[in-house]
Design a protein around this ligand. Structure first.
Ligand SMILES: Nc1ncnc2c1ncn2[C@@H]1O[C@H](COP(=O)(O)OP(=O)(O)OP(=O)(O)O)[C@@H](O)[C@H]1O
Ligand SMILES: [Mg+2]
Length: 468
């Protein structure tokens, strides 16, 4: 393979900027995305020294010169600078020295536009936003549906603690309603007219998240004005940090300090600023397990876990299944302009037997799918979404890679796919054992006959010997 050509192709097709300099710091390679970010074209850059292109930088502040002179690898570094066209840009860069025969012969810098991350993240959380700041939570406590004890307790607790400033930690599997609860707390509190700022910690590299949370003071190399972080932006309101177990462990220590001291310091600044922010965090992994795995600092956990919501998965809340199903049916009847009356008994039975890995979100999507698909005024089992293709994929893979009896764990499939395959295997074997009698098999597996039929259909299993 011609690696020069490959490098050219990569550099032309990535959205990140790419600089390569020789050992003197002279630019020898420079891609289109770098043109856009640095505000300059290739003819102007090639053959020039880095400090000539960025006159505000110095030998100390330029990461590429640093990598060149010290041999340091500089990862996820956030920099603010005025580009060649005097436009202020914030970039996240990774810089590595190039070694040949043990000597540094140049350096590479790959960098991307930080604002692009900010927008993706914040758009996920709220529809009402001004510029980059999310201003309002849209869910309220009345939207929390359910008749079981878990939902009753949650609603009562929200009412009790909404006005307190104590930190809250919400734990629950994906789709169990964590966001719904967090926003409801904010909307019921006296802070409801102040900002609600949500940030997912998983989507952002550590150093960038730090500057987003704490804000930055631009150093001598930039000359630009200060920028406020999300903690300050949430002053008077609520800061929701989702997937806290994905936050860099060093940053967790800094967050703990904010919680203990009640003030922050922007990066590169000596001055402290007092903030009045309620911090709510969420995670979809058991917090004790996260601590054990070293993903969550125990001191931070105890500080965050002053008020705690632990949400049950949908499979353990069967008392809420029907009321939630009808709630979503009404919602989609309205939005899709339909008039579907309900569900067959078989559907309800299936809902009770299914394990709902995606929890309430999955139930909602299944009902949306069914409302779109049905041609009658009642939802039947065949209107629910099926995953036939996924099963085929898992089956093919299995057949290619093992004999029937070997116990192989397929790690390149999703958990759902593996569970489906496991279920398919158990059902097929039980059917064979019962001479393909569905009634006997359903008794043996202790599930209703209709549920077994549904599962067989979903998993592509036929009740005859041709499957052997
Ligand atoms: N008790 C409930 N009543 C009505 N709708 C609910 C309830 N719980 C969750 N939902 C709905 O389920 C969907 C998923 O909820 P939400 O986004 O709050 O889950 P989550 O726990 O934050 O999930 P993730 O961990 O994937 O971010 C949303 O559409 C939400 O409105
Ligand atoms: Mg969520």
């Amino acid at each position: 393979m011609d690696y020069k050509n490959v490098l050219k192709l990569i550099s032309e097709n990535i959205s990140s900027g790419l600089f390569i300099v020789n050992k003197e710091g002279i630019v020898v390679f420079y891609n289109q995305s770098a043109n856009n970010l640095a505000g300059l074209n290739e003819e102007n850059a090639i053959g020039k020294h880095m400090l000539e292109i960025f006159p505000k930088l110095t030998e100390e502040t330029s990461t590429i010169i640093r990598a060149l002179t010290t041999g340091e690898v500089i990862k996820n570094y956030v920099q603010n600078y005025y580009n060649y066209q005097r436009k202020l840009v914030t970039i996240l860069s990774n810089t590595v020295p190039i070694y040949e025969n043990g000597e540094i012969v140049g350096a590479i810098e790959i960098f991307s536009d930080v604002d692009q991350y900010k927008n993706i993240n914040q758009n996920r959380y709220n529809k009402k936003q001004k510029g980059n700041i999310i201003e309002k939570a849209h869910y309220t406590i009345d939207e929390i549906v359910g008749v079981g004890q878990c939902v009753k307790d949650v609603k009562q607790k929200i009412k009790k603690i909404a006005d307190s400033k104590s930190p809250v930690l919400v734990y629950g599997e994906t789709g169990t309603g964590k966001e719904l609860i967090v926003q409801s707390i904010h909307n019921l509190s006296q802070r409801c007219d102040n900002p609600f700022i949500a940030q997912n910690c998983a989507a952002i590299p550590g150093t960038l998240l730090e500057s987003m949370l704490f804000g930055t003071t631009l150093g001598s190399f930039t000359g630009a004005k200060d920028s406020k972080g999300l903690i300050e932006a949430a002053d008077g309101g609520t800061l929701f940090l989702d997937e806290i177990n994905s936050m860099d462990i060093m940053l967790q220590a800094k967050l703990l300090r904010v919680l203990q001291e009640g003030h922050i310091r922007r990066i590169g600044e000596n001055k402290t600023r007092f903030v009045d922010v309620r911090i709510i965090t969420a995670l979809n992994q058991n917090p004790y397990k996260a601590i054990e795995e070293g993903r969550l600092r125990s001191d931070l956990f105890y500080r965050l876990n002053v008020i705690n919501f632990s949400l049950l998965p949908l499979r353990d809340r069967s008392e809420d299944l029907e009321v939630l199903s009808y709630h979503f049916l009404n919602e989609f009847n309205r939005s899709l302009d339909k008039n579907i009356k309900g569900f067959t008994n078989e559907v309800i039975e299936f809902f009770h037997s299914y394990n709902w890995p995606g929890n309430i979100r999955e139930l909602r999507h299944s009902i949306e799918h069914a409302v779109n698909m049905t041609e009658k005024d009642i939802i039947a089992i065949e209107d629910l979404p099926k995953c036939v293709d996924i099963n085929h994929k898992a089956t093919d893979y299995l057949q290619e890679n093992r004999g029937e009896e070997k116990n192989v764990i397929i790690i390149n499939e999703t958990l759902d796919e593996m569970m489906n395959e496991y279920e398919r295997k158990i059902i097929s074997k039980s059917l064979k054992q019962n001479d393909y009698n569905v009634v006997k098999t359903s008794k043996m597996l202790n599930i209703p006959r209709q549920t077994l039929y549904y599962k067989m259909k979903r998993l592509g299993i036929k009740a005859d010997k041709s499957m052997e």
